[in-house]
Write a protein that binds this ligand. Structure first.
Ligand code: ZN
Ligand code: ZN
Length: 389
């Protein structure tokens, strides 16, 4: 078997194995969190491209940032909003006072408001209630917990974009994660992308571009955001004032995702947690059926009080199986790779089930039962258990 990567497949619309050349894309479809820094770590070529686009007389009104979670897509979208609205940028009150490569300034009012996430015209639409606008004369229950971006939200968005921005030259709307728009929502957005209001730019963020209708993708300028090499992340962390040893450890643990590296560098304890969780995954992967059920129950109990800790545990499982998959691919062990891939899908399904409010114990038991028997180099803690079928 050639070297393979897990990634989204345009054909099956599912995470799958890709042969050489595919990026390793994260299985999670959740929005990344913004850091406090203005620019991303890495992605110099994209930053140059965004500067060129923003300086043109007719900047593209829709960008699609496609790439794994935590690689900096949201920061790049924010950066584009700053470029378009900086006082020193084209059309701004102080245009021409600064060279193009000194933009955005990061200091003017629009830059500061955008950096702080409080600019009234810079909006991120995510699954939930934001901008919910039921059809005329209709009403419906709140849906803060919904896992899709719904048509009512897109309706609200279109109503908003029909008006002029409060103060921006360009209103900037980010849709994250864009593949979570359900079909009606995507169709409604498409009409707007076909006849875009001149004062609004859309940036769509996704880890699964194949899951977005081609009609939408073709209306956007697509920018692929890849993982960043370890040395660049480490240097970026040092430049942001983190001690060299912390930067090195965080860059190593982040597996190419600057957003995760920033989190680890800011809270090094989490790296310890990560190792502890990874050790636990190894134990459970090698455990018998009874122990796995016990573990599933424990997680389900915890889900009631502390969802965050269960989510972190599932992320640790993703990382565990991604590592197993990479190791199996490296030694060309197709059977083990398929097992790891199945386990990776099971983790993702459990995450989706939990978001969709499936009974937690059931979702977690299903996940644990989908994992391969206690092999894969894990260390079983007791003799093989024949009850595991
Ligand atoms: Zn500025
Ligand atoms: Zn609604």
């Amino acid at each position: 078997m050639e070297a393979v990567h897990p990634g989204y497949c345009g054909f099956t619309r599912d995470i799958t194995l890709h042969r050489l050349g595919a990026h390793v894309w994260c299985a999670r479809g959740r929005p990344g969190r913004l850091g406090t820094v203005q620019a991303t770590i890495g992605h110099d070529a994209i930053i140059r491209e965004l500067r060129t686009l923003a300086a043109s007389s007719d900047p593209p009104h829709a960008l699609l940032f496609a790439g794994p979670d935590h690689t900096g897509r949201a920061l790049l979208a924010r950066y584009y909003a700053m470029l378009l609205n900086c006082d020193f940028g084209p059309g701004g009150p102080r245009a021409g006072e600064r060279a193009g490569d000194a933009l955005p300034c990061g200091e003017c009012r629009p830059c500061r408001l955008i950096a702080e996430g409080v600019h009234p015209d810079v909006i991120t639409l995510t699954p939930g209630d934001l901008l919910c606008k039921p059809r005329e004369g209709d009403s419906h229950a709140k849906h803060a917990d919904s896992r899709d971006i719904r048509i009512c939200q897109i309706r609200g968005l279109i109503e908003l974009t029909a008006r002029f921005p409060f103060e921006a030259r360009y209103r900037a709307v980010t849709i994250d994660p864009a593949e979570r728009m359900n079909r009606d929502a995507a169709n409604t957005l498409l009409k707007t992308l076909e006849e875009p209001p001149g004062h609004t730019v859309f940036t769509l963020l996704t880890a699964a571009p194949e899951a977005i209708p081609e009609t939408i993708v073709s209306r956007c300028r697509r920018i692929d955001v890849t993982t960043v090499d370890r040395g660049t992340i480490e240097a970026g962390l040092v430049a942001r004032g983190f001690p060299a040893d912390v930067a090195e450890a965080a860059a190593e643990a982040a597996r190419g995702r600057p957003g995760i590296a920033m989190t680890f560098a800011a809270q090094p304890d989490l790296m310890g947690d990560r190792e502890r969780l990874a050790e636990r995954c190894r134990e459970i992967a090698g455990a018998n059926i009874r122990e796995r059920f016990r573990y599933a129950n424990e997680l389900a109990e915890r889900w009631r009080q502390d969802r965050g800790s269960v989510s972190r545990e599932l992320e640790a499982w993703e990382s565990f199986w991604e590592t197993e998959l990479a190791a199996a691919a490296a030694r060309r062990d197709e059977a083990a790779a398929m097992e790891a891939l199945g386990a990776l899908r099971a983790v993702r399904l459990a995450e989706e089930d939990l978001l969709a409010q499936v009974v937690a114990r059931m979702a977690l038991e299903n996940m644990l039962l989908s994992f391969p028997r206690g092999t894969l180099g894990a260390r079983p803690r007791e003799a093989p258990d024949n009850s595991y079928v």
